[in-house]
Ligand binder design. Structure first.
Ligand SMILES: [Zn+2]
Length: 332
């Protein structure tokens, strides 16, 4: 009887473990860099779902569509964090800003980023001022929702702390003309994810990524013949984005439970093809023996309470097109 009870408890424990909800879910919405125009890789954006909150990091091309595909309701976005003010981290923002109120969002977005994020917010409001005025008159949107609560980040540290979810901004090195550029770390109940932002190797990212469960890191790569053909161009790129060697170094110095590449720049031209995912993986795997993957749009990574991280095969792209407005009496 005693043995049976123990067996039952073990079985219950195992099955509970199997079905335990992840502590943090991270979905790669877009994984491309600025010059990539692709239906496979949309612009840079990542959503972190934790404790009932959806935190959006960067909002590149197509972020709105990817949010929808990933099943994130615009009303549920708690805050938006921009790493730096390059266009490929922002071009999806106008779409999100303008669409949220006509999809029933009735509160403003909280928008975090480098100090000039105030100019971005002012620009958005100016761009859509006529639209907002029209829709307010037609009672299609809540006027309050067209505001933006701006949080310029002037120094490193915790910038968001709500419901046990902490977001820390830290400085990264994206070249001398992009200052400040931030990476972000999300912590919740001992579990964590770091989003590198755009950066070359920097010891500060290593410092802020200690004991992290999931590390999402940018990369720029090219075939050896490309590097040999245009060494000055490649050195210029390596001056502000991480090479595969840089990524391997960061992974070796942080040893996350899982590393995932995003903001993937595969440099090509002059008849020389871009590296394949396998080539990119191999170039890092030759120098780093831990777990890491080349990321793709709409992949969701689950971080569990014990710290292990899994690619969630069920979560990706479960929400198809939605032609019907959910909230309005006459949307235009
Ligand atoms: Zn950039």
């Amino acid at each position: 009887m005693k043995v049976k009870s123990i067996l039952l408890m073990v079985l219950m424990f195992v099955s509970l473990g199997c079905f335990a909800a992840p502590s943090i879910q991270v979905t790669l919405l877009g994984t491309a860099s600025a010059t990539t125009i692709s239906s496979q890789r949309y612009g840079m954006a990542t959503v972190v779902r934790v404790n009932g909150k959806a935190l959006l990091f960067d909002a590149g091309r197509g972020a709105l569509i990817r949010l929808h595909e990933a099943g994130v309701d615009l009303r549920d976005i708690s805050a938006i964090f921009i790493t730096h003010l390059h266009s490929d981290h922002l071009t999806g923002l106008p779409d999100i800003y303008a669409t949220a109120p006509i999809r029933g969002r009735n509160v403003p977005f909280d928008l975090y980023g480098p100090p000039d994020i105030t100019r971005v917010a002012d620009g958005l409001k100016l761009m859509f001022a006529p639209n907002n005025a029209i829709r307010e008159k037609d009672n299609e949107i809540n006027a309050w929702a067209s505001n933006i609560i701006v949080h310029p980040i002037t120094k490193e540290g915790v910038v968001y702390d709500q419901g046990g979810v902490k977001v820390t901004a830290f400085l990264v090195d994206h070249g001398q003309n992009v200052k400040p550029a931030f990476g972000y770390r999300v912590d919740y109940q001992g579990r964590s994810v770091v989003i590198s932002g755009d950066t070359r190797y920097t010891a500060n990212l290593v410092k802020h990524s200690q004991n992290v469960d999931l590390l999402i890191h940018c990369v720029v790569a090219a075939r050896p013949e490309m590097i040999a053909a245009v060494p000055d161009t490649m050195n210029h790129l390596y001056g502000y984005l991480a090479s595969p060697d840089d990524v391997a170094r960061v992974l070796n110095e942080t040893k996350p439970h899982l590393g995932v590449l995003s903001h993937i720049t595969l440099f090509a031209g002059g008849g020389i093809a871009p590296e394949t995912d396998d080539m990119l993986h191999q170039s890092i795997a030759s120098k780093y023996k831990g777990n890491f993957l080349v990321g793709h749009d709409l992949e969701t990574y689950d971080i569990f309470a014990d710290g292990h991280v899994e690619l969630d095969k069920q979560a990706a792209n479960t929400h198809g097109d939605d032609a019907v407005s959910v909230s309005l009496t006459g949307s235009h």
